[in-house]
Write a new protein. Structure first.
Length: 278
């Protein structure tokens, strides 16, 4: 049954053809979305495990599609990477995140930093440092309130990574390695990178109460990071037991549904800032 009933011609690979069409449509949709301002940042608090204080937020992009509703990044970031649109999106994210932090600071709210996810292409683009420098000066935030999250795989080109990370740190921003533990990692290069934090991937945190090897991995990552002078953020913390385990393991910061899902700036301000100010 390779024949299309209506037109009678043969479609050899309907699945490929379908996904090709979807990709093109998606690319045009993303371009329109940028023009029409359909992207939004949600913020998820990062909490100091010792005292429960919010020390920062991670900015996570959402697409408010006019017909389809909210679309999650996993659905469009990969296509944006493939089509090169990610640079534009990524710059928008950086600007938006920095201006939001500035707004909070201008309203005399407690100072927190914002973490922004960088894509592979952004990281590899030669003007990254310049772009960030420009955003910092235009939004007038102190660089120490901006944190950049890169993944292990981006740092595979070790010499390049060492150079760029040094440049970024010289700007005064902070850097963390995201999804740590899922990729290729070597202690010897971690030592050479100018980074501040390791983020333990949520796939390890999920099962720490049941899976002894995950628990061991998490414990090992934390002590290794501390030996290298790095602080550790655990992501995907969903319940109290996981939090307790991480507390006992001397983890520094936690992030996850146990504290809050990612929420829009307004909700964040209402739920967390107003509470802290009381
Ligand atoms: P990520 O950087 O690893 O972000 C963490 C993801 O885990 C987020 O998904 C977050 O909503 C989710 N999460 C947080 N706490 C929990 C929890 O307790 N349980 C569970 N099950 N999930 C939790 P989200 O927002 O859908 O983002 C998915 C990925 O998309 C991110 O993974 C990141 O790789 C990418 N992404 C998001 N925003 C951006 C962006 O602005 N630029 C780029 N380049 N990538 C982005
Ligand atoms: Ca991240
Ligand atoms: Ca992650
Ligand atoms: Ca990720």
């Amino acid at each position: 049954a390779k024949s299309n009933g209506r037109n009678g011609y043969v479609i050899y690979d309907p699945i490929l053809k379908e996904s090709y069409k979807d990709k093109l449509t998606l690319k045009m949709d993303i371009e329109k979305a940028l023009e029409n301002d359909e992207f939004m940042l949600y913020y998820q608090p990062q909490v100091d495990i010792k005292n429960g204080n919010i020390i920062g937020v991670e900015a996570l992009i959402r697409w408010m599609h006019r017909e389809k509703g909210m679309i999650y990044p996993d659905k469009f970031i990969p296509i944006a990477e493939e089509t090169g649109l990610i640079s534009k999106i990524g710059e928008w994210v950086l600007r938006e995140a920095c201006s939001q932090v500035k707004k909070w600071q201008n309203s005399n709210l407690p100072l927190i930093k914002v973490s922004v996810n960088l894509s592979v292409q952004q990281f590899l683009k030669s003007d990254l440092t310049e772009v960030i420098k420009d955003i910092l000066s235009k939004t007038e935030i102190d660089p120490k309130y901006l944190e950049l999250e890169i993944t292990e795989s981006m740092a595979m080109e070790v010499d390049y990574a060492i150079k760029i990370l040094k440049e970024l740190r010289n700007l005064g921003v902070r850097v963390s390695i995201d999804d740590f533990g899922t990729g290729y990692s070597s202690l010897s290069y971690l030592k050479k990178f100018s980074i501040n934090y390791l983020k333990i991937d949520k796939s390890f945190v999920w099962d720490i109460m049941n899976d002894e090897s995950d628990a061991n991995i998490v414990g090992t990552i934390i002590s290794m990071a501390h030996n290298l002078g790095l602080e550790v953020i655990a992501e995907g913390v969903e319940d109290k037991d996981q939090l307790k385990f991480l507390q006992q393991g001397n983890c520094n910061f936690v992030q996850g549904y146990f504290f809050s899902r990612p929420i829009c700036a307004e909700d964040f301000q209402r739920e967390f800032y107003n509470l802290q100010r009381e």
